[in-house]
Design a binder for this molecule. Structure first.
Ligand code: MEV
Length: 314
């Protein structure tokens, strides 16, 4: 047992700007690490294997089913490190609201893997990290595209295409501010992804049109970002929301907050992440206006809001 060492692992939340759901079908998506929120994991020596987190505190062998992906990632990481017999205390703390489309499950897995590698003083490059997190994400989400894993483990905005090498790009729209608002309702990524898959099987022609259109809008958004054009970006976000509604992944609360943001002058607004709850995002062109929209969203029932400037050099 390593008595001196404490291991630390960190991962951020993520925001998908454009391309959720269609990314599962090979279309591109734009996402960035959301540094306002994070998960950290502390690893210490202990005489029995224990886990301490918001949902559970106790013996590793009694971890509830709800935390199956956490249990899996710890087990698999210890196997990868050839340390299966070590006993540790693993403490996870988080400021990422769980199940709100901010990538909390991927971020938890990333921080755990990093914490365990750090504890054993083993470097943790993406080649070691990503397969372990992907395995946990398959348990948490069924058929993940990998975007959550990529965005929560990196520190740059991504133009992400499933199965392709990671492409970062400069998300630098001057005078653009993104408001992120939490509906307070747990999102249902797994169910939403699986329902879209069923719809796709039932009516390939109709659903693939929505998916292709989401891909096109994501490319439009990328060009708008590169051209420093917040208005075109906002427009693409509004159109994407319509497509996501057609895929049945929005819901009443998300639609209401999107409407509030638009009524208060947002350039664009849409859900972010898996949908059916979770968070929405809105775009505007001044910090002052962003605050006004955030206040309006809170009055309309958002339980938390964040403001993220996009006009920074990434
Ligand atoms: C979830 O954050 C994003 C989805 O597109 C699912 C995925 O890409 O794995 C809904």
């Amino acid at each position: 047992m390593n008595k001196e060492k404490i291991g630390h692992g960190l991962a951020t939340g993520k925001i998908i700007l454009m391309g959720e759901h269609s990314v599962v079908y090979g279309e591109p998506a734009i996402a960035f690490p959301f540094k306002e929120t994070y998960i950290s994991t502390k690893v210490e020596p202990e005489t029995v294997m224990t886990l301490d987190c918001h949902y559970y505190s106790g013996d590793f062998s009694n971890i509830p089913q709800q935390l199956k992906s956490v249990k899996e990632v710890i087990t698999q990481t210890l196997i990868a490190l050839h340390k299966e017999t070590t006993t540790l205390k693993i403490t996870i703390t988080s400021t990422i609201p769980a199940e709100r489309g901010m990538g909390s499950s991927a971020a938890a897995a990333v921080s755990i893997v990093r914490g365990l590698f750090d504890y054993f003083d083993v470097p943790c490059p993406p080649e070691a990290l990503l397969p372990l997190v992907t395995r946990a994400e398959k348990i948490a989400h069924g058929n993940p595209s990998g975007i959550d894993t990529a965005a929560t483990s990196g520190n740059k905005p991504l133009f992400f295409i499933k199965g392709h090498p990671l492409e970062t790009f400069p998300m630098n729209v001057s005078n653009a501010y993104l408001i992120v608002a939490d509906t307070g309702i747990k999102g249902q990524t797994r169910a939403a992804v699986s329902d879209v898959a069923h719809l796709f099987e039932e009516n390939k022609q109709k659903i693939s049109k929505h998916i292709t259109e989401l891909g096109r809008l994501t490319r439009v958004a990328k060009q708008a970002i590169l051209a420093d054009d917040a208005h075109t970006l906002g427009n693409a976000m509004n159109q994407a929301q319509e497509q996501l509604q057609a895929l049945t992944v929005s819901n009443h609360r998300l639609d209401e907050l999107v409407k509030t943001a638009r009524e208060n002058g947002a350039l664009g607004a849409k859900l972010t992440g898996g949908g059916r709850g979770g968070c929405m995002i809105a775009l505007t062109d001044s910090n002052e206006h962003a605050r006004k929209i955030a206040t309006a969203l809170e009055k309309s029932g958002a339980v938390a809001t964040w403001i993220q400037p996009l006009g920074v050099k990434n």
